[in-house]
Design a protein around this ligand. Structure first.
Ligand code: NAG
Ligand code: NAG
Length: 456
């Protein structure tokens, strides 16, 4: 329909010249800003056949007003793309309903606040929507198109090393395949809850893996539904074990789409909140979540002491070479932004019991408290557990214990040989805080003040 296209070109020219006349181009009101677009089933059927990926560009010069971007934009004076800066490429994932992802601008803005970069947003919505299996069939073609653009940008002086691809869900595997096409020479790939369905048993050629870039990291938040459970990067951060996230409704038969997606989208929210660097999200290397929760992994010795953290630091703060691969990292988070929590190891030793018992340990600051329930058995006397607390250990005012199992287990006094608390990752010169030799009676609260000073 050439007349339609001509009409559009005319309209655009007209709007453009009017804005020239009135000097409106300075203001860049919303109408002139590019945006991602929802797609419809009808459009989708028509356009799948000739897949064309589109791009939006955001930089510090147009933080609120994305520009359309294509290779020929580079030859125009109006583009804000600057080949001397590093480039971040945001790749969204599967869109069940064909709607545009609403978080894209926010992620791009958070990146721009942190670094002076070009942010390219890949728009492949019309090809990423509706039937998941068909979308999975075409993700490699999307990757191919992105690689064509990166090749062209190389001709303008961009270095492969300076590209950082950030892929959400299925977008992580798109990023992975772009990386494969460049034989792992791209600088960095971040997978935000890389998609699981149809990828768990995929060959590394078909999914994100550590050979796809010089540094590959992934954040896992929904490994039991939409996310992939296996590690796919040099480091893989599993938040709260990677399955269920604090503050996301848990239901076996979720009726609302939002509930289903809450765990999956948490990776993105945590990543965005980590970008300003105000709140450290530090991972602890461990082989399983159970071991991590039991306090069996408390150091970052495998990384020569420096624990990797989520964010933009080079190699997530790892300064060893060669880099590890598929290293599982665990961390606990709070249920809302900025999500970071301190990990506190509680170690309890009791005199042996003749009946089972249950105790509740509470760590308190003036305003915040964290509780831990422990089931005590007759054949064990030492218990270890890592809990999340919004405050650092040095800010803790008191520790409390209750003998809560009285009704269930009829255990009277519990003799505590020691209860110790320490922050994880452990710092060698800092000894755990311990209280020794006391009884926790039935129906009576035991409490002890903690007095200490935070390092400044
Ligand atoms: C491009 O970026 C470089 C490095 O940040 C800067 O020195 C240069 O002035 C920029 N060029 C333009 C045209 O903005
Ligand atoms: C796109 O989809 C979103 C979510 O359903 C909706 O709120 C928005 O109005 C739609 N935008 C357009 C331009 O249709």
């Amino acid at each position: 329909m050439p007349w339609e296209r001509t009409a559009i070109v005319f309209t655009v020219l007209l709007v453009y010249s009017i804005s020239q006349v009135e000097g409106l181009e300075e203001k860049q009101d919303d109408d002139q800003c590019a945006d991602l677009k929802n797609t419809t089933l009808k459009e989708y059927r028509q356009r799948r056949a000739n897949l064309e990926v589109k791009y939006l560009l955001m930089t510090r010069e147009n933080v609120n007003c994305p520009q359309m971007f294509q290779q020929k934009s580079l030859t125009t004076k109006t583009t804000h793309f600057n080949a001397s800066r590093p480039t971040k490429v945001i790749i969204h994932g599967y869109r069940a309903l064909g709607t545009k992802p609403l978080w894209v601008k926010e992620l791009a803005q958070a990146l721009l606040l942190a670094q002076d970069v070009n942010v390219l947003v890949v728009d492949w919505i019309y090809c990423a929507s509706f039937a998941y299996n068909l979308v999975v069939e075409s993700y490699k073609e999307v990757a191919l198109q992105i690689s064509v653009l990166i090749n062209q940008l190389q001709n303008y002086g961009c270095k492969l090393q300076s590209f950082h691809l950030i892929g959400v869900s299925l977008g992580a595997h798109v990023a992975g395949f772009v990386g494969t096409l460049f034989e792992g020479k791209l600088g960095r790939i971040t997978g935000l809850d890389p998609a699981g369905p149809l990828f768990k048993r995929a060959d590394t050629y078909d999914r994100l893996d550590p050979s796809d870039a010089q540094f590959v990291e992934a954040i896992h938040t929904d490994t039991d539904y939409f996310g992939i459970s296996i590690p796919v990067g040099h480091v893989d951060f599993y938040l709260n074990g990677g399955k269920d996230q604090a503050g996301c409704a848990r239901s076996r038969f979720p009726s609302v789409y939002g509930y289903v997606i809450c765990d999956h989208m948490r990776a993105l929210l945590v990543y965005m909140s980590a970008l300003d660097g105000s709140c450290p999200l530090v991972g602890i290397p461990c082989s399983t979540y159970e071991d991590f929760l039991k306090g069996n992994c408390v150091t970052c010795d495998v990384f020569q002491g420096a624990c990797p953290h989520i964010g933009l630091s080079e190699n997530s703060g790892i300064n060893m070479s060669p880099l590890p691969t598929e290293q599982k990292m665990f961390l606990l988070t709070t249920s809302s932004a900025p999500f970071c929590a301190h990990h506190i190891l509680v170690k309890l030793e009791v005199s042996s019991l003749d009946k089972r018992a249950e105790v509740e340990v509470t760590l308190k600051t003036e305003k915040l408290s964290t509780q831990l329930q422990l089931r005590l058995q007759t054949d064990t006397t030492v218990y270890r557990s890592v809990v999340a607390h919004p405050a650092a250990l040095c800010e803790m005012d008191s520790i409390e214990m209750r003998n809560t199992g009285a009704r269930l287990y009829r255990q009277g006094d519990i003799h505590v040989k020691s209860v110790c608390v320490s922050e994880v990752p452990c710092v060698r010169y800092r000894k755990p805080l311990c209280v020794n030799n006391f009884n926790v009676r039935r129906n009576a609260l035991w409490s002890h003040d903690l007095v200490q000073v935070c390092d400044t």
